[in-house]
Design a protein around this ligand. Structure first.
Ligand code: F6R
Length: 608
C-alpha cells in the first residue's frame, strides 16, 4: 500500500526522503512524489512509476531543504498518473500533504469546498483534504489540521507541511499506521519502520486518533481534540541488515532461505522438551480462559488465512477444541454470533490489515477475548488485541508471504500443544510434538537443498497457464497456499483445494499436460491421495508430488517427486509448504516476473 516518509532536522531532506521511499517500495505503489520546503515556498515533484523516475526529474544539484514529505501511491481514487500522485497542496500552494487511507466523505467535502470557490486538479480524495486544511489555516498548521480532520470520515495517516511554518511538521493517524523516528535534533516519520531504521532505532508509534507536531527541538503528541498524550519511545526491533537483500537476488528468495533461522527465532525460549511444555509468555495471563473456551475463531486474510485453516486442524486435533477460520472481511460484516466462550485469534504478518483489524474490533465489542498472532511489533492489531504472540521472524519485505507463514504455523502448533496439555493431550504425545518442533529448522534446511532440482522441474512446466494443487487433511490448506503463491507472483492461474473436491467439478479442467501438484506425505489419507493421483494421470495430467523421504511407492505414479523428512502429521505443513514456495519463486523468475513487486499487489492491505 501507499508509503509515507517525512523529515524535519538539519540535514538535507531530499536524499533522506528518497532513501526512505525506496525502503518502502516493497509495499507496492504506482507513482511517487516529494514536497520540499525551499526558500521560495514548497516545491512539489511527482512521477508515475518507479522512484527512479522521480529521482530523474529532481534537480541534480539537490535541494538544500531540511523539511519535507514524500509518498509512494497505490491508486484508490483516480487513475495512477502524475496529477493524482501525492503530495497534494492547498489552493494557495503553501501547504502540502501526503496521505495513506481513504477519505470516505470526500465527495461531500469537495462540493462544500467548490461552493467556496476552491478548484481541484486531481481526482483524489487526498487533494480534498489538502484543500480543506488550507481553508482552515489561520497561521497555525497544527490547529488547521485538527479542524480539518474533525470534518473527515474515513481512514488516514498524514504528514503535512506549510511554507509559512518552516520549523513544523504535523502528522496524524486514524486507521493507517505512522511511526515517528526520534533522532538527535531530527525526526523521521514513516508509515512503517523500514523507512526510519537507517537513521534511528528509537521510535514512537502513533495510535488511532492521535496527532504529533514536530519541530527541530522536540515534538508533542495530542489527541485530535488537543488533549496531551504522553508516548513511550520504543526500540525498533529490526536492523538495517534485515531489510537489505544481502547476497540474494530477491527478498522472496532471501526470506524463503531464511526460514531455518526465522523458525528457530519463533521457537526460541518457548519449547521445554523434557516436560513436553510450551512457554508462551504473551498469552500466559489468558491461558485459563483459553483452556475453558468453547469455540475458537481464527480470522485473517490471504496467506494468514491459510495459516488459520491449519490452526483449525491443530486446535481440533491436538487441543480438542472446536475451531473455525473466517475471512476477516466476511466476519466483520455478517453480525457474527459470539458468546462468552468464544475466543478470536487474529493472524497477521503486518498487524495492519484493515479487515483483520475490523474483525478484532467487532469481536471485542461483542465480548470475545481477542488474541493476536502478529509479526510486526507495535502494529495496530498487536496493540488492539487483548494479548498475543509475536512471530519474531524478522521483517518480511517480499510481497508474497513465506517466512511469516511458517512462523504462523509454528506459533499455532505451540498454542495447540500448550492448550492441549491443559485439556486432553497426554504428556507423552506432547513431548513427541515438542521434540519434533525442535528439529523443524534443520529439516527446513534439508528441504531447501532441493531448490535447484525444483527449478529444473519447473522449467519443464512453466509454460502451462493452469495448475492445480491438491492435498488432504493438514495439507489441504498447504495446497491452497501453494496455488496462491504461484498465481500472485508468476501470474499463472492456479487453484488449490482438498484432493477429494477435485471430483466434484475441477476434474473437468484436467487435460493433457496440465500440472497437478499433490501434497502427499505419509499419513492417514495417503492411500486416498494415491487414488486421486491415478485419476489425474489417467486424464493426461502431469503429476508433481511432495512426499515423505523414502517413499518409493509414489515414484511409480508421479512424474517428479520432491521430498520432505518424516514428521508427525500436525507439523507436516511446516515442511510441505517449502517446495511449493520454491515452485512459485522459480516459476516467477523463469517467466521474468518482478518477484518482489508483483503487479497490482501491495504488501499490507490497509484499506478494505
Ligand atoms: C500473500 C500475502 C497476503 C497476506 C494478506 C494478509 O502472499 O502476503 O495474502 O497474507 O494480505 O496480510 P497480513 O498477514 O499482513 O494481515
Amino acid at each position: 500500500m501507499c508509503g509515507i516518509v517525512g523529515y524535519i532536522g538539519h540535514k538535507k531532506a531530499q536524499a533522506i526522503l528518497i532513501e526512505g521511499l525506496k525502503r518502502l517500495e516493497y509495499r507496492g505503489y504506482d507513482s511517487a512524489g516529494i514536497a520540499l520546503l525551499e526558500n521560495e515556498g514548497i516545491a512539489v515533484t511527482r512521477a508515475i512509476g518507479r522512484i527512479m523516475n522521480l529521482e530523474a526529474i529532481l534537480p541534480t544539484e539537490g535541494s538544500k531543504a531540511t523539511l519535507g514529505i514524500a509518498h509512494t501511491r497505490w491508486a484508490t481514487h483516480g487513475a495512477p498518473c502524475e496529477r493524482n500522485a501525492h503530495p497534494h497542496c492547498d489552493q494557495s500552494g503553501r501547504i502540502a500533504l501526503v496521505h495513506n487511507g481513504i477519505i470516505e466523505n470526500y465527495r461531500t467535502l469537495k462540493t462544500f469546498l467548490e461552493r467556496q470557490g476552491i478548484t481541484f486538479v486531481s481526482d483524489t480524495d487526498t487533494e480534498v483534504l489538502a484543500r480543506l486544511i488550507g481553508q482552515c489555516y489561520r497561521g497555525n498548521l497544527e490547529q488547521a489540521v485538527r479542524d480539518a480532520l474533525h470534518d473527515v470520515q474515513g481512514t488516514y495517516g498524514i504528514a503535512v507541511i506549510s511554507a509559512d511554518e518552516p520549523d513544523c511538521l504535523v502528522a496524524a493517524r486514524k486507521g493507517s499506521p505512522l511511526i515517528i523516528g526520534v533522532g538527535d535534533g531530527e525526526y523521521i516519520i514513516g508509515s512503517d519502520a523500514a523507512a526510519i531504521v537507517e537513521h534511528t532505532a528509537q521510535a514512537v508509534y502513533l495510535s488511532d486518533g492521535e496527532m504529533a507536531t514536530l519541530t527541530r527541538d522536540g515534538f508533542r503528541t495530542t489527541t485530535l481534540d488537543a488533549i496531551p498524550v504522553t508516548k513511550d519511545v520504543h526500540a525498533v526491533e529490526f536492523s538495517l541488515e534485515e531489510i537489505e537483500l544481502g547476497e540474494h537476488e530477491h527478498f522472496m528468495a532471501k526470506e524463503i532461505f531464511e526460514q531455518p533461522q526465522s523458525l528457530a527465532n519463533t521457537l526460541r525460549g518457548r519449547l521445554d522438551v523434557r516436560e513436553g511444555q510450551i512457554v508462551l509468555g504473551g498469552i500466559a495471563e489468558h491461558a485459563r480462559t483459553l483452556a475453558r473456551a468453547k469455540r475458537i475463531i481464527f480470522t485473517a486474510q490471504g496467506t494468514a488465512w491459510h495459516a488459520g485453516l491449519v490452526g483449525e486442524y491443530l486446535f481440533e486435533d491436538i487441543a480438542k477444541l472446536p475451531a473455525e477460520t473466517e475471512y476477516a472481511s466476511e466476519f466483520r460484516y455478517r453480525n457474527p454470533l459470539i458468546d462468552d466462550g468464544t475466543v478470536i485469534i487474529a493472524i497477521s504478518q503486518s498487524g495492519e490489515t484493515a479487515d483483520t483489524l475490523a474483525a478484532v474490533r467487532e469481536a471485542k465489542l461483542k465480548g470475545a477475548l481477542a488474541l493476536g498472532v502478529v509479526n510486526s511489533v507495535g502494529s495496530t492489531i498487536a496493540r488492539e488485541t487483548d494479548a498475543g504472540i509475536y512471530l519474531h521472524c524478522g521483517p518480511e519485505i517480499g510481497v508474497a508471504s513465506t517466512k511469516a507463514f511458517t512462523s504462523q504455523l509454528a506459533v499455532l502448533a505451540m498454542m495447540a500443544i500448550q492448550l492441549g496439555r491443559r485439556r486432553f493431550l497426554s504428556q507423552q504425545f506432547a513431548e513427541r510434538l515438542v521434540d519434533a518442533l525442535t528439529r523443524i529448522p534443520d529439516q527446513v534446511s534439508e528441504v531447501l537443498e532441493q531448490s535447484d532440482t525444483i527449478r529444473s522441474v519447473v522449467e519443464t512446466l512453466v509454460d502451462r497457464e493452469n495448475w492445480l494443487f491438491l492435498g488432504r487433511g493438514y495439507n489441504y490448506p498447504v495446497a491452497m497456499e501453494g496455488a496462491l503463491k504461484l498465481k500472485e507472483i508468476s501470474y499463472i492461474h492456479a487453484e488449490g483445494m482438498p484432493a477429494a473436491e477435485m471430483k466434484h467439478g475441477p476434474i473437468a479442467l484436467i487435460n493433457q499436460g496440465m500440472p497437478v501438484v499433490f501434497i502427499a506425505p505419509h499419513g492417514p489419507q495417503y492411500d486416498k491421495v494415491l487414488g486421486n493421483i491415478e485419476e489425474v494421470r489417467s486424464r493426461g495430467g502431469r503429476v508433481l508430488a511432495v512426499a515423505t523421504k523414502g517413499d518409493t511407492e509414489i515414484v511409480r505414479l508421479a512424474e517428479h517427486v520432491l521430498y520432505v523428512p518424516d514428521v508427525p502429521e500436525p507439523l507436516q505443513p511446516l515442511l510441505t509448504v517449502i517446495p511449493l514456495q520454491l515452485i512459485a519463486y522459480h516459476a516467477a523468475v523463469l517467466r521474468d516476473c518482478n518477484v518482489d513487486k508483483p503487479r497490482n499487489l501491495a504488501k499490507s492491505v490497509t484499506v478494505e
